[in-house]
Design a protein around this ligand. Sequence first.
Ligand code: GLC
Length: 569
Amino acid sequence: MTWDLGYTRSDTAVITSENGNLDLYVLEEESLTELARSFRRLTGRSYLPPRWAFGYIQSRWGYASETEVRTVAAEHRKRGIPLDGVCLDIDYMEDFRNFTWRKDAFPDLKHFSEDMKRDHIRLIPIIDAGIRQEEGYEPYDSGKAGGFFCKKEDGSDFTAAVWPGVCCFPDFLREDARRWFGDLYRPLLEAGIEGFWNDMNEPALFYTEKQVDEAFRRAGEVRSGSVDYEAMWRLKDAFNSLPNNMDDYRSFRHEIGGRPVRHDLVHNLYGAGMTRAAADGFRRIRPGERLLLFSRSSFIGAHRNGGIWQGDNFSWWSHLKMAVQMLPGLNLCGFLYTGCDLGGFGCNVTEDLLERFLQLGVFTPLMRNHSALHTREQEIYRFSIWETMRDTVSVRYALLPYLYSEFMKAALRDEMLFRPLAFDYPADRRAVHTQDQLMLGGDCMIAPVYEQNAAGRYVYLPEDMLLIRFRSAKDYDLVPLEKGDHWIDLALGEFPLFVKKNRAVPLCPGGESSELLDDTAFTLLGQIEKEGVLELYRDDGRTTSPDLESGLTRITLVPDNSLTRKVKV
Ligand code: GLC
């Protein structure tokens, strides 16, 4: 499909389908909010992660042993930096083979994961889409025996290189293949793992033998003297187009209802199929339990099975802004459990950039610091301003019961958690054109700082709001502001949350892990001029069929002259 959104004509969207097949659903509603809800009613309820998944998660491509992961966890605990999870990237596997782990580096994974859980920290391993083609490796042998891999036209298995070398690709569009793949998670689940990230599931292809031959053929042409002014581009293109090559995507097939279907026609469903395979597997293997699952690739509908992260960003200020702007689109599609690689995945972060990323991360359901191999080490404790960063993360933990509640209400009511201001204030022209602030849940608005050296920023308030200028969970200013434009001072360690009048945000005392939070005693921050109600949703954080009504506690907001008050619930 081609999506021409304002490219040919700036006021026109043209969607073209190569083979002429296009199912078009037209939804009509009175408001954007209603439109978003009716889309979700059509596509299904959003995935619910366990409550611990709202804690801070530390991740890095390169953690290669139990000792290293224990050190990372200990450095957080030692300094009082809250932490709920550590991701294991491909380095935990034996030669990057899915569903294996290095026995030398992780000799007793079960014991290790239990130990970590006693310290309220979960291990979250990665699983990739490709299965290494290697006889004697169980997932390959069973996949081959079942005929579960995607095939070329001649009926042989399609192969391409990814991390482990030459791989086959499970046909996630087949029910039996999904079932087989979902069951492969069992040994990790039995080792006590409760969360996964699914990756490389576009599927990402480094190269195929065919394209490498083609690249060398073109290089040979240049070598033999056939040089003209375009030769350099052709040569560069030949090698640059090795990964994720369209000809490769056209060259393999899925089996749908017994019929072969060319991959490129169903490309976007691949990651969604992998998510479904994993989620269905979890439902079979761990019925009644919510597990953490987020994926890189996905599609409409797969928001029922897992979240997604925003992919391989860079340690760039422009990517911090982009992370803000991606949130409502993902929410509109039903992906409520999402967030970006805080600090940026590629390139070397600076400490001010990481701090500003973390300030956004305080509000995103997935709050994960992740970085690539060979980049600057990006754990909070590596930086001179680690205490400032720790204090920022502490705000997340003070807000966690509230943010969890807002998430669950949005999910169970088929609503968006993050909305552009246009959704809530469609008649306000200033609000409609504000693109760097977002409504969060029912009561709040966020306006992150995303520019280097900024000592603050301009914020547009579509109605009277209370500014909470956070420095830590215990240190903040409260400033009532009127509707309109404001310059807000925000030094590096400061970030704002805006609360509507007659609404309140509950802060709990905080803690080092989501499991150690007291969600019965709160400080309510808000400007209350007329009586209102705060609906706080609480449950055990693992129930798979939560009931919104029975989980809600209604806290009456009584008008007073103070901006803070203590409540017990
Ligand atoms: C991909 C993922 C990234 C991961 C890397 C190594 O680039 O998007 O998050 O760290 O692969 O597994």
